[in-house]
Design a binder for this molecule. Structure first.
Ligand SMILES: [Zn+2]
Ligand SMILES: [Zn+2]
Length: 161
């Protein structure tokens, strides 16, 4: 666990249709994703680790980049919640994120402003990446700047202040 950072959650869509089957869910103030996949359609949700009762997102990271030691990380499925379980790394460590099932590196999406050359990588809200629902995660350990898009439109973005 790391110290709490100041994160602003930007909402870009006021009229998102939350439902029992929507790809983004809401109960009370909590907004979360029930399922996420790698670009090959493998579900990354695990029930062995929970955040406030919700299944975690399992990602395997190579510390320092390709060829680095592999470590398992479990991320909170709650949007704007940067809690994760896994080894503590020095803030700013670059990690190569991979799918724990097919072992392939996640797909590169867009740059992150935390550091020159840093990128955010995709996990998907549906098994088919062509459906353009994605979560972008930064490759820099400790960087909370993630976002959620659906149908190619930005819906939420976490911005470090
Ligand atoms: Zn996979
Ligand atoms: Zn970043």
């Amino acid at each position: 666990m790391q110290e709490k950072k100041c994160i602003r959650l930007e909402e870009y869509l006021d009229d998102y249709k939350f439902s029992q089957t929507s790809r983004i869910r809401k109960d009370g103030d909590r907004i979360w994703v029930p399922d996420v996949y790698c670009h090959n359609g493998h579900s990354l949700m695990v029930h062995g680790v929970l955040f406030d009762g919700l299944p975690a997102i399992h990602i395997r990271c190579h510390v320092g980049g390709e060829g680095g030691p592999a470590e398992d990380f479990y991320l909170s499925p709650i949007i704007g919640d940067d809690r994760k379980k896994g080894p503590d790394l020095p803030a700013g460590t670059r990690v190569m994120m991979t799918c724990p099932i097919c072992k392939e590196p996640l797909r590169k999406l867009v740059p992150c402003s935390c550091r020159v050359g840093a990128y955010r990588y995709a996990i998907y809200l549906t098994p088919d990446p062509e459906e353009l629902g994605a979560i972008g995660l930064c490759e820099t350990y400790g960087c909370p700047q993630s976002f959620v898009s659906e149908d190619g439109e930005l819906i939420y973005e976490c911005v470090a202040e």
